[in-house]
Design a protein around this ligand. Structure first.
Ligand code: ADP
Ligand code: MG
Length: 280
């Protein structure tokens, strides 16, 4: 498998959109799998109580299993909780289970409640003998404390945008919220990537959505779009990424392309995006 360029420092990327069903989990796990296959070392952190990323990556996440919940509540370290992906040697997963749905309330009164994940990650990275190229965080469909924790722990946000009529509704609110997190908690946070998902090349609408996103965010949106594909939606029921389930199909090919585009976002490209953002 071809090697992608590796970042010199670990890149921390949260995959976020407060809308459900737009392709966050699908994009997080397939991009992670594609990067791992291309010889990058990847840690996926599931922060959605639904645990869909954990399911799709084939790791255990029954109620009571060690998970992100134990990490946020300070009972366990990431080192103790992470699991090896059964499919990819370079991929590890911090799973989530329904237990995590209690966490938002349980940590709400803690003083460092926004930085629980960030602190756990920096402790882990300091003690880990392994170097990680990417940490990819799959977020739940909300703008609550779990998502704030994710956004305080990363420097990049990847926003999947579903190619459908209401796609851009809510995007403004998401960008505003990210702006508030930048201002109050994490000045280094950057919307580095947008990815148009469930693209249907037979419809004018899909192209119109892409063009609109491109018009507003020309440097942020990936050229690659992810097609609507039955294989992509079937793969999780086999506890697989589409990269394993249908390696030569359009779904896998486009997620590998998207991952390569992400890998090519060098520090200077990211800096250019940051500068454009500050001027807009
Ligand atoms: P989110 O994490 O944003 O809620 P998911 O990634 O779980 O969204 O996707 C929502 C649903 O759409 C899932 O059933 C998933 O399998 C399906 N899906 C995601 N991307 C595609 C695609 N490109 N083609 C077909 N189905 C998709
Ligand atoms: Mg999801």
């Amino acid at each position: 498998h071809t090697r992608f360029p590796k970042p010199s420092k670990t890149r921390y990327i949260a995959v976020a959109n407060q809308k459900g069903g737009v392709g966050k989990t699908t994009s997080a796990i397939n991009i992670a799998a594609a990067l791992a296959l291309a010889h990058s070392k990847v840690l996926v952190i599931d922060t959605d109580p639904q645990g869909n990323a954990s399911t799709a990556l084939g790791v255990k996440h029954n109620p009571g299993d060690l998970s992100t919940y134990d990490v946020l509540e300070g009972r366990k370290t990431i080192a103790e909780v992470k699991q090896q992906s059964p499919a990819f040697k370079n991929l590890e997963v911090v799973p989530a289970s329904i237990d995590l749905s209690g966490a938002e309330l349980e940590v709400a009164s803690m003083e460092n409640r926004n930085n629980l994940l960030k602190d756990a990650l920096s402790e882990f990275m300091k003690s880990s003998k392994t170097h990680y190229d990417y940490v990819i965080i799959d977020c739940p469909p909300s703008l609550g404390l779990l998502v704030i924790n994710a956004m305080c722990a990363v420097n990049e946000v990847l926003i999947p945008i579903q190619a459908e009529y209401y796609a851009l509704e809510g995007l403004g609110q998401l960008i505003n919220t990210i702006g508030l997190i930048q201002k109050h908690y994490n000045p280094g946070l950057l919307v580095s990537t947008m990815l148009v998902t469930m693209f249907d090349r037979r419809t004018l609408l899909s192209k119109e959505i892409y063009d609109k996103v491109h018009e507003h965010y020309p440097h942020i949106v990936l050229e690659t779009t992810i097609p609507r594909s039955v294989k992509i939606s079937e793969a999780p029921s086999f506890a697989q990424s589409v990269i394993e389930y249908d390696p030569h199909g359009m779904g896998a090919v486009s997620y590998r392309e998207a991952a390569l585009e992400i890998a090519r976002r060098s520090p200077s490209v990211l800096k250019m995006i940051k500068n454009k953002e500050q001027r807009s």
